[in-house]
Design a protein around this ligand. Structure first.
Ligand code: DSN
Length: 416
């Protein structure tokens, strides 16, 4: 980035500091990852200069000789990786992708049913502060208070009572696999479209470490930058019969020109996701999450649902007598970065909740295995047990940095 360094040292310096932060710290935010150098190069390419409203072969601007091929390749690779009948790679990110689904199937005031935000659902699944909760009649289902698990019988009852036009399966903070066959049965029983938002676990689906929603869902969305390890972007995939409605909803319904540099980077990420190495990665993500979960359980942590079978864990810290926010800030000071998070039936407020959320995608990308996850669990326990101990935080931050040096992060290997 020599030109940037000369022309705009302020931004150059901030980017460089962020590079070192990502290199030297253990990143456990469940929705983050490291992209490969190839994905980063495509993201930073001249494709950012081109407008291409429309779809391959049907654009409103000339000069699409190469853009059409880029977008067609991205679409074909997504079809191959996921077995999707139709793919739209243009949504700018997850929220616009989900909004496109609503625009395709709903009129204002129609009913949707999704997982409640405080129980692990996403803002766009009908939270009252989001357009999805303001423009539609958003109903929600909750987790079982005893087990923290989805209660499919309760979801069925709620769906039969409120008769949603769209039933949403998907989450931002649920540490278990979803039973798509049962969601399908419930959707059929109430005449709903089954919409799966697999943003968090699409990389696990691609790598065969999580059941696929495709045999069951009418429409599936995913961001491309979480477990799928691509650029910031999203896709909507659907059955062929809904292709025209989805495409029309994305453009011209919601968006103008697609971000072609992102489309190219999605294509690169999908090529990576089709390899045996990615299958190994996805399996290791789950093994790593489970190794960390076991260590934390042994140390008396209260994991929602009692563990994990995907990439993430949600921990209720009430028994540790520390809030999520205090723990997250102490861990950040020790070089371990995660987010504070509400837990189901949380008695505290969302901005100062009782829990923390941890994910294994980014550390697995830098090569951590079970041994490093156990060490990480011990550090987390030490910090959470003494959140005001700044000397301990400094000591662990140095140990974290030393460990990270042995596991270079993808894309940052050359950083001295
Ligand atoms: N904000 C993302 C997450 O952290 O889960 C979801 O979009």
């Amino acid at each position: 980035m020599h030109t940037l360094q000369q022309q705009d040292p302020d931004i150059f310096n901030l980017i460089q500091q962020e590079e070192f932060r990502q290199k030297d710290k253990i990143r456990l935010i469940a929705s983050e990852n490291y992209v490969s150098k190839a994905v980063m190069e495509a993201t930073g390419s001249v494709l950012t200069n081109k407008y291409s409203e429309g779809y391959p072969g049907k654009r409103y601007y000339e000069g699409q000789q190469f853009i059409d091929q880029v977008e067609s390749l991205a679409i074909q690779r997504a079809k191959d990786v996921f077995g999707a009948e139709h793919v739209n790679v243009q949504p700018y990110s997850g929220s616009p992708a989900n909004l496109a689904v609503y625009l395709a199937f709903l009129s204002p005031g129609d009913t949707i049913l999704g997982m409640a935000l405080p129980h692990g659902g996403h803002l766009t699944h009908g939270a009252k502060v989001s357009i999805s909760g303001k423009y539609f009649n958003a109903e929600s289902y909750s987790l079982d208070e005893e087990t923290g698990l989805l209660n499919y019988e309760a979801i069925r009852e709620k769906a039969l009572a409120c008769k949603p036009k769209i039933l949403i399966a998907g989450h931002s903070a649920y540490p278990r696999q979803l039973d798509f066959a049962t969601f399908r049965e419930i959707a059929d029983a109430c005449g709903a479209i089954l919409f799966v938002d697999m943003a968090h676990f699409s990389g696990l689906v691609a790598g065969g470490a999580h059941p696929s929603p495709f045999p069951y869902a009418d429409v599936v969305t995913t961001t491309t930058h979480k477990s799928l390890r691509g650029p910031r972007g999203a896709m909507v995939m659907c059955k062929a019969e809904y292709a025209a409605a989805i495409d029309k909803a994305v453009f011209p319904g919601l968006q103008g020109g697609p971000h072609n540099n992102t489309t190219a980077a999605i294509a690169v990420a999908l090529k990576e996701a089709s390899t045996d190495a990615f299958k190994e990665y996805a399996a290791q993500v789950v093994k790593n999450a489970q190794a960390l979960a076991t260590t934390l359980l042994d140390k008396g942590f209260n994991l929602v649902t009692g563990g994990t079978d995907n990439h993430l864990m949600l921990i209720d810290l009430t028994n540790k007598e520390v809030t999520g926010k205090i723990a997250a800030k102490a861990l950040d000071a020790a070089g371990i970065v995660l987010n504070y998070n509400a837990v189901p039936y949380d008695k505290r407020k969302p901005f100062d909740p009782s829990g923390i959320r941890l994910g294994a995608c980014a550390v697995t990308s830098r090569g951590f295995k079970e041994e490093q996850m156990v060490q990480l669990g011990l550090w987390i326990d030490a910090i959470v047990s003494a959140p005001a101990n700044t000397a301990l935080q400094e000591e662990i931050a140095a140990a974290v940095k030393a460990l990270c040096a042995k596991f270079p992060a993808p894309g940052l290997e050359d950083l001295a």
